[in-house]
Design a binder for this molecule. Sequence first.
Ligand code: GLY
Length: 315
Amino acid sequence: MILLANSEAWPGFDQTVELLKNNAYGVDAMVAGISAVERNVKVRSVGYGGWPNMLGKMECDAGVMDGTTREVGSVGAVPDTLPVAALAHEVMKRLPHVMLTGEGARRFATEIGFPVDDVLYEDSKRVWWDRLQKELLPDELKAFPDIPLAPLSRTITDPERVRDTTVFLAQDSAMGIHAVTSTSGWAWKYPGRVGDSPIAGAGFYADSRYGAAACTHTGEMTMRCGTARSIVLALRFGHSLRAAVDMAMEDLGQLKTGFLAGVVIHAIDAAGNHEVASFQCPGEIKYWFWEPTMSKPELRIARQYDPQRATQRGS
Ligand code: GLY
């Protein structure tokens, strides 16, 4: 067994560990843990504590992948709903679809009994409005929200305010390897923007035969590189976990146009190895790790990817 998650996971990590110790299915254990993260306002990137879009509306993303069946459920830009990882899990269990977005996702939530909840935390609302007041001209403020938002996406949208999604990866007692993600996405994003957290292959991927990967930070890069899938595919081709992660980092480093910033990759393999590496994120990145030999989960420091020291392919 293994559980790996990013630093934002603290409100739900121990609960997931306990469930895994009691032989819970990995997906169920992680959805329970992430639901606790989503409900905690101290986590300022996920669920209640997260940040709204440019219109001051929360639109959350989440994804679930069962690495044994390779079934996926995800929701994108879903308004007025918590917990969204649990909603993504219901998409996987109840529908012939993989992904629902926006009002359709909310409609499904209502049909299966999720309450309508505007999710917007008072402090996030205050900061959102302060920022608009600083950036908009008096005429624009007066007309808001009936103004063009696209020009603002270059000045106000703030991926760095949201430094993390929450991502959980586990190998459970049945050796199933699974992935679950959740985020409120970039602060002041354009309405309807969907990040990588609900996109299987970009923000997460799991295959119990080989391993799993999930990303935090700049979804606009991992969606272009298919980052999570590329790591699991490299494992399938026989590369070590470290080489697989470094190849994905190399792909990110090849991007020269479009929006470019930091990415953190979290990955595990079927042999019980794990890797967390930061691609050009400022500061120290931490993550949570647990395996049964440990008396308690540990908060560890991620490796900074250095292209000069990248692990060679095949090694
Ligand atoms: N990785 C989170 C996002 O881009 O929304």
